[in-house]
Design a protein. Structure first.
Length: 259
């Protein structure tokens, strides 16, 4: 990848020749990490390109670098940024972050009132999502659209999801709620105004302290405790996989409370 400029942009019908490469890499990557949600065909990826609901990364020499697409669920009340994949030759250089940012902006543009969510097992993706304003949530806060959950059938851990009555699995759910963010912005503006009127001599210091604490509480302190959260993810994986081994699809008789 030396001396190659990477371009991250909205995919177009002219990009359909990359579809087989993209889906092949999706499949091999899913096998490598032991999970995989909603296996997609080249035709499906091509449709997303034609609809303008995908983001692609390529080099100025035409080499494929990465991809992600948008899916709407629950009568467009929910939107998922799905299928994030990066060419192994270009990983570790911030490509995934650039794609996530671009697909997030495209989602907000096309579905400004929709809640944007994702399911992921990758801590790196969780960090990127957190920076964009997503928060870790329970599965009950996601869409109840059956078509979305059918996509989990291609995952090797689908039996864990079903044994937990679709309330838990190895993936972590993350959600961006535009109405909640608007409410937070309004509350922050009101707090800043009140602080400025109450203490005009030192408004900036008091507002930052108050606003920061409120912000951290709303986000479940995700950023500040990323290492602790990583350990929790490892524990969650250990519990669920051992439950799968000991109890099969119905789960172990041992009781664990993860949520």
């Amino acid at each position: 990848m030396e001396n190659q400029h990477i371009i991250v942009r909205v995919a177009t019908p002219d990009d359909i020749h990359y579809s087989n490469t993209i889906t092949d890499e999706m499949e091999s990557s899913a096998k490598a990490r032991g999970t995989g949600i909603a296996k997609r065909s080249p035709a499906y990826v091509e449709l997303k390109m034609q609809e303008g609901k995908a983001v692609i990364a390529v080099t100025d020499k035409g080499d494929w670098v990465g991809f992600c697409y948008i899916e709407a669920w629950g009568h467009e009340k929910f939107v998922a940024n799905s299928g994030l994949i990066v060419n192994p030759a270009f990983r570790g250089h911030g490509v995934a972050k650039s794609i996530k940012k671009k697909i997030f902006e495209l989602s907000r543009e096309k579905y400004p009132e929709a809640k944007i969510f994702g399911l992921t097992t990758g801590l790196a993706v969780m960090k990127i999502n957190s920076e964009l304003g997503y928060e870790p949530v329970t599965y009950s806060e996601l869409t109840d659209d059956e078509e979305f959950w059918k996509g989990c059938r291609s995952c090797v851990n689908f039996d864990i999801l079903t044994s937990k009555q679709r309330k838990n699995c190895l993936c972590t759910a993350m959600l961006y709620d535009p109405l909640e963010k608007l409410k937070e912005a309004e509350e922050k503006a009101m707090a800043e105004k009140a602080a400025a009127e109450a203490t005009p001599a030192t408004p900036q210091l008091s507002v930052n302290a108050s606003g920061h604490m409120h912000h951290e509480r709303r986000r479940r302190r995700f950023k500040g405790n990323i290492r602790l959260y990583e350990r929790w993810l490892r524990f969650k994986r250990f519990v669920l996989l051992n439950s799968k081994k000991e109890g099969g699809a119905t789960g172990s008789k041992k009781k664990f409370f993860l949520f």
